[in-house]
Design a protein around this ligand. Structure first.
Ligand SMILES: Cc1cc2nc3c(=O)[nH]c(=O)nc-3n(C[C@H](O)[C@H](O)[C@H](O)COP(=O)(O)OP(=O)(O)OC[C@H]3O[C@@H](n4cnc5c(N)ncnc54)[C@H](O)[C@@H]3O)c2cc1C
Length: 471
């Protein structure tokens, strides 16, 4: 697909969207579809942000297509159209394997209720009480209770149950047991409810369909366009500077991380002391490591599940999950059904949570050595499920927090935006600086594919209201 060159841009747009993650893409599309002129600027050579893929050794590797909740069906149908919605299909086989339990689940509420009672022996009242409690949680509730306290209330001392309920959420958004239970409850109700879903055709197909929709709606798209500054003058947003050129806009939506947006793009000097005090408390979420394995064409592998949560660690620990030498990871197995229209291919992606600081301080030699050691740990783990797999692999690639930082510019390579407090700062931005908006992973609730798309819709409504009232 061909996008505009920086030279061919107009001098002024109603809205400039900085960044093409799912939040930025959705926001741009909504605003264009209600008649605003929209310019979308992306620093990378392709759209999608973390919703991305790459080609290596004849394989296509998906980076963040491990699974999303059923809510994507409704959201995509409403905001991206039926063709995209129709590619959303369930991932039927989710497997857990760790020293505390091994099981296979459909990841639905019914199946979790069954497992908790039949496999874990938890009393029916506790199980139903827990689900009633999380189902009733909403964003405006008291935030003082932590997830750890919530679990202890219903499943005291049952670290195995805590692990079953928490591990997938820790992978899905980096949250820990010590964060507000409300963030857990909302994400859990979304996620572990009607199963896990994926996009048939892969991330490349999704982003191509979205790009086509954006162009049909008149969005001007420019890739390899890194915004250097969001220009704020006399208490209002004036536009952006990209490659040294000023482009005027009535509103700017930043899909860059909230920390980048305020510290690097806008500049702290434009915000009040009270706002900055809240902003400085925002904690950036952890990053990720991944190892990608391509299986030689003509070889196949047996069905070991679509998504495998594996750990050799005795108990659940979010600190252990982020450690460099973690024994906890997910394997996403992409069978030929992932891309049914393409030649038969198998790929496997191992994903781990990770700390940016562990990787960013290494010199080149130590960094390469650490990557090789990580690949080997993943291979050893994979061989437990697929004996002899080494001989079938023809392509190996790996990514660390440094890689994620390089491609998305996110502070400390954050995979899941910020912790809970980031949402309030993101929402308050346009009240601090008229015409400046933020969209993208914040506050756990608004992260992940579904969260980012939903937030894109919310912010587009804010921007539309602002532009209409200011004209
Ligand atoms: C390894 C990994 C696995 C994941 N797995 C899943 C999963 O299975 N399911 C799920 O739902 N979610 C998953 N996620 C999370 C999900 O991918 C993200 O939460 C979501 O895609 C983020 O969307 P976003 O709108 O916040 O923008 P991002 O994807 O963060 O994109 C921001 C964009 O802004 C651009 N940008 C930044 N600064 C500038 C600038 N100055 N000028 C121009 N462009 C700029 C960046 O290049 C980037 O393209 C995963 C994330 C990671 C890292």
């Amino acid at each position: 697909m061909k996008f505009s060159s920086l030279d061919g841009l107009r001098k002024q747009y109603d809205v400039v969207v900085v960044g093409s993650g799912l939040g930025g893409l959705t926001c741009a599309n909504r605003l264009a579809s209600v008649g605003h002129s929209v310019l979308l600027l992306e620093h990378h050579h392709r759209l999608g942000g973390l919703a991305t893929w790459f080609r290596r050794g004849g394989h296509i590797f998906d980076v963040s297509l491990h699974g999303f909740p059923y809510g994507m069906v409704k959201t995509c149908k409403k905001y991206w159209g039926k063709a995209i919605r129709d590619c959303i299909v369930p991932l039927p086989k989710i497997v857990f394997d760790n020293p505390q339990f091994s099981l296979t689940t459909t990841f639905s509420k019914e199946d979790f209720i069954r497992l908790l009672q039949e496999e874990f022996g938890v009393a029916s009242e506790a199980v139903h009480g827990f689900f009633a409690c999380v189902d009733a949680m909403n964003f405006y509730d008291d935030q003082s209770m932590t997830t750890r306290e919530l679990f202890e209330q219903f499943f005291p001392g049952r670290t195995d149950v805590h692990r079953l309920l928490m591990e997938p959420i820790s992978y899905a958004n980096g949250s820990t047991l010590d964060e507000p239970a409300i963030t857990y409850g909302i994400v859990f109700s979304n996620f572990m409810n009607r199963g896990v879903y994926t996009f048939e055709g892969g991330t490349d197909k999704l982003i191509a369909m979205m790009a086509e929709e954006l162009q049909n709606n008149g969005v001007t798209i420019c890739t390899r366009a890194k915004v250097e500054q969001i220009l704020l003058e006399e208490g209002a947003t004036r536009g952006v500077v990209v490659n040294g050129t000023f482009i005027a806009a009535g509103a700017v939506v930043s899909n860059s991380g909230i920390t980048n947006t305020i510290d690097q793009l806008a500049g702290r000097e434009h915000f009040s002391a009270a706002f900055l005090a809240a902003f400085d408390k925002v904690e950036v979420n952890n990053s990720s490591c991944q190892v990608y394995f391509g299986i030689r064409r003509g070889e196949s592998i047996p069905d070991i599940g679509d998504l495998l949560f594996t750990s050799t660690n005795r108990d659940f620990s979010s600190e252990e999950m982020r450690a460099m030498e973690t024994g906890s990871r997910t394997f996403s197995v992409y069978y030929p059904k992932t891309r049914p229209d393409q030649p038969e291919d198998y790929t496997i992606v191992a994903s781990m949570n990770a700390n940016y600081a562990d990787w960013s301080g290494l010199d080149e030699a130590a960094y390469q050595q650490a990557k090789e050691a990580m690949v080997e740990r993943c291979l050893l783990d994979l061989e437990r499920y697929l004996p002899g797999i080494r001989a079938k692999i023809d392509t190996i690639e790996s990514a660390t927090p440094v890689t994620f930082n390089r491609y998305t510019l996110h502070t400390r390579g954050s995979s899941f935006g910020t912790k809970f407090e980031g949402l309030e700062v993101s929402r308050a931005l346009h009240r601090q600086m008229p015409g400046l908006f933020h969209v993208g992973s914040v506050g756990i609730i608004m992260s992940g594919w579904l969260g980012a798309i939903n937030y894109g819709v919310i912010v587009a409504n804010d921007v539309d209201g602002y532009l209409r009232s200011s004209s």
